[in-house]
Structures are given as structure tokens and as C-alpha cells.
Design a binder for this molecule. Structure first.
Ligand code: ATP
Ligand code: MG
Length: 423
């Protein structure tokens, strides 16, 4: 094949769509249950949005953004993540003044120029939430609870929640100095990326996916974060809230997130059996982002989950609609002159809300029946010369294997009755 989808991008074929739809239905239902309203932001944004929010020294901004100059020399990027765009929209539409506290849900494509590998793509999909306008630890608890509820409702069998607090800016400054001291002995053994992260963004070393770097980090037994009193109290309340919500977590690991905007609570859900790319969802609190993008000082928290990774971790057949059931009517005609009458009947069925399908290529009746079975039709309606002369039509129930002939003027009514019965 000469023409192929770009590396790291993929087609979602009709046969895969039921799994996607089922997942999207599930997450929308849960978002509603927790009162998070859907927001859709553009796929294109100004590059400066992510430079100012995600941060100059992050992998995303340094090497993962698809970036280009448009005809008027404006620097544009394909959005690499959702949080920055949502905060921009929150401020642009004055939602800070109009509603203050807002809870958003989103689902859509994200783009990162990463090296494609299992579970890592250049165009992928995320769903997530952002709760903007509160400092309460309970909203951290709510976001984590919702994240877990979404993952398990989607059919994720087992995941582990990693939890940590990165404290406030002064806490982070102290922790980064401490971490540099502790890791300096091993600096030369870190991968080349981590060597440069060492000075610029040491927390990203903790998040490196390379086995050799993970091994070094894991030798560290205690968290580099010594939290100030307020951050410690906030963290204690989050952990207590999670306990009372019955959510178990691991807060003993050396864990941090490398985006600039995180403060206090950070978390990640990791699934079993996904190898190095095992993070299915990640998030945390970002108390300075709204202010950094020009708004008032505002507490906020959110998470994002990778849909492809999640689908890789969910056993096929878990979701309710992954087994396609027979539905609709296939209108078969015995000769090409009857196509017009078949089309008229198909339209009448569709107007009644019944799915109808037919062949326009004058295939043999046998081939049409095979096709009806292949497209999983519930019924085949066979229209022939003889039937038409008697103003009748033969209806085969492909599920039950039964067949009967009914008057043509009762066909639509009977079929809509049968279709309603099925639902
Ligand atoms: P990772 O540590 O795996 O690189 P990240 O920290 O860059 O992830 P976030 O920006 O927090 O990821 O995104 C949240 C989730 O989105 C991840 O947990 C993952 O499930 C998914 N994700 C991120 N990057 C990709 C990608 N390139 N391809 C597929 N899914 C991705
Ligand atoms: Mg990444």
C-alpha cells in the first residue's frame, strides 16, 4: 500500500466504533451524575497558551507540540492537552465573574509529536474533567472518585491509584533542591533526557518511563516533599476524604508530575498489563494556572484519561454494546425493476424511525439474503413480482428463522409495531 495513515495516528473502523460509543456513553453518564458539564474547545490554539501554562521546560512544550506558522505568521499548535484550553475559555467568556465555580467535562482528540509505540500515539483521545474555582480538598476527592468511577464503569478490571502532594511553590523549590542533591550521585547514569531535566525540571525525572531511570528513582525511599503546614493539612484532608469514600491508594511511592502548573495533590491511575505505558489517567491540582493566564487567584483541580490506553486495558466484550445485536430491516427485491418500490418502502420505514437497508446493484436474491445476514438485519422483507401483483410482501425474521407473508398496506405498521416491541 502506498498511502497510509501517518505514523502514530490511526483509523477507528466501524467495527471498533461500538466500543468507543459505549465508553463515551459511560463517561458522559458519570459526568452528569457528578454535575460536570461538557465543554468543547478548538483543536487549534495559539502556541503561547501552552508555553505559559504547561511550561517551557516540559517535554510537551519542548519537543511534543505539533506547531506551525499560519499565513499571517501566527504560531499555532494542535492542542496537546485540554486543561490550558479550558482555563483560557473560562477566562475568555468571563465565567470567573459569571459563575465563579465551574465543573467541566471534555472528550476529544489531542496531539503530541512523540515517538509512536505501544500505548503512545501522535493523535490520541482523552476525556477529563476540570473543576475551577475552589481550594477545598473535597473537590480533589470528588475528582479522584469520579476518575475511578469512570475507569471502572468503562470496564477497567484493575488499576492502582498513586497519590502524592507536590505542595506549593516554596515547597517545590525546597523539594527540587533536595532531589537534585539526592540524585546527583546518579546523574551520569540517567538517560540523556533526564540529564537535561535534572537542571530544568527535576520532577520530570521521577516520571521517566525508562527502566534504568525508574530503577534509580526507586532507590529513593522517601518523598522529597516536606510540605508546609497548610499544604500538609490539605493533603491529610484529601487522604481522609478518600478513605471515607472507600478509595484505596498508594501514597508511599516517589511520585510527581512534570507539568509546571501542578500544585498540591497529584495522582495517577495505572493499569495492570500495559507495560511501561501503564498510566491510564492522571491529574492534580493547579492553583496558579488561572492567575498565570491572566485571571484572579483561583483553586482548580482536574484529570485526563487516555482513551486508547484505557481500551487496551479493558478486555474486549466487557462493554454492553460490544456484541452487535440484529436490528432493522433489509429490503430485498427479486428483480431490478422493483428497486424503486423497494426504495419507497425503505424510506417509509426510515420515516417511522426503523433502520432500513437495501441493495441497488441488482444482486441475486441469494446474494441479498447473504448481505442481510452479514449486516445483522433483524428482518428481510422480500418484494417480488408475484407478491406485488397480490399486494403482499414476505417478511423473514432472521433471528427466529420464521417467515410469513403480509398485505403490503399493513407492512409499515406491522414493522413499526415489531420494532417497538424489540426496543
Ligand atoms: P505519560 O507519562 O504516559 O507520557 P503524560 O504525563 O504525558 O503521560 P498526561 O498529559 O497527564 O500524560 O495525559 C493523561 C493521560 O493521557 C495519560 O495517562 C495517558 O493515558 C494519555 N496519554 C498521554 N500521552 C499519550 C499519547 N502520546 N498516546 C496515548 N495516550 C496518551
Ligand atoms: Mg507524556
Amino acid at each position: 500500500m502506498e498511502l497510509q495513515a501517518l505514523r502514530g495516528t490511526s483509523d477507528i473502523l466501524p467495527e471498533d466504533i461500538p466500543r468507543w460509543l459505549s465508553l463515551e456513553r459511560t463517561i458522559r453518564r458519570l459526568a452528569r451524575l457528578y454535575s460536570y458539564d461538557e465543554i468543547r474547545t478548538p483543536l487549534l490554539e495559539e502556541a503561547s497558551l501552552f508555553r505559559r501554562s504547561v511550561g517551557e521546560t516540559t517535554d510537551i512544550v519542548q519537543k511534543e507540540m505539533f506547531q506551525f506558522e499560519d499565513r499571517s505568521n501566527q504560531l499555532i499548535v494542535l492542542r496537546p492537552e485540554g486543561t490550558a484550553s479550558i482555563v483560557r475559555a473560562y477566562l475568555e467568556h468571563h465565567l470567573d465573574k459569571r459563575i465563579g465555580f465551574a465543573k467541566f467535562f471534555y472528550c476529544g482528540a489531542m496531539f503530541r509529536a512523540e515517538r509512536p509505540q505501544a500505548g503512545r500515539f501522535r493523535q490520541f483521545h482523552q476525556f477529563g474533567v476540570e473543576a475551577i474555582g475552589s481550594h477545598s480538598p473535597w473537590i480533589d476527592v470528588e475528582a479522584i472518585t469520579l476518575c475511578q468511577a469512570m475507569l471502572s464503569a468503562c470496564g477497567l478490571p484493575q488499576s492502582r491509584l498513586w497519590l502524592s502532594s507536590m505542595g506549593c511553590k516554596p515547597d517545590q523549590l525546597r523539594a527540587s533542591q533536595k532531589l537534585r542533591e539526592r540524585l546527583s550521585l546518579h546523574r551520569s547514569s540517567l538517560c540523556s533526557d533526564c540529564q537535561s531535566r535534572f537542571d530544568k525540571n527535576i520532577f520530570r525525572v521521577l516520571d521517566c518511563k525508562k527502566e534504568s531511570c525508574r530503577a534509580i528513582v526507586w532507590k529513593e525511599k522517601t518523598s522529597p516533599f516536606i510540605l508546609c503546614a497548610e499544604c500538609q493539612a490539605h493533603y491529610d484532608q484529601v487522604r481522609q476524604g478518600l478513605h471515607s469514600a472507600g478509595i484505596s491508594f498508594d501514597d508511599t511511592g516517589i511520585f510527581a508530575r512534570g507539568l509546571d502548573y501542578y500544585t498540591r495533590t497529584v495522582f495517577e491511575f495505572r493499569a495492570k498489563g500495559l507495560g511501561a505505558q501503564d498510566a491510564v489517567a492522571a491529574g492534580g491540582r493547579y492553583n496558579h494556572l488561572v492567575e498565570e493566564l491572566g485571571g484572579p487567584s483561583t483553586g482548580a483541580v482536574g484529570f485526563a484519561a487516555g482513551i486508547e490506553r484505557l481500551l487496551m486495558a479493558i478486555p474486549k466484550g466487557t462493554s454492553d454494546s460490544s456484541t452487535v445485536s440484529r436490528h432493522g430491516i433489509y429490503v430485498a427485491v427479486t428483480q431490478p425493476t422493483l428497486i424503486a418500490e423497494g426504495f419507497r418502502l425503505s424510506q417509509q420505514l426510515r420515516e417511522k424511525g426503523i433502520a432500513a437497508n437495501m441493495d441497488y446493484d441488482s444482486k441475486s436474491l441469494k446474494a441479498q439474503l447473504r448481505e442481510a445476514d452479514k449486516v445483522q438485519a433483524q428482518y428481510v422483507a422480500i418484494l417480488g413480482e408475484a407478491e406485488l401483483a397480490q399486494q403482499s410482501i414476505t417478511v423473514k425474521d432472521l433471528g427466529q428463522g420464521t417467515q410469513r407473508t403480509i398485505p403490503l398496506d399493513q407492512f409499515i405498521q406491522e414493522m413499526s409495531h415489531a420494532a417497538n416491541h424489540e426496543q
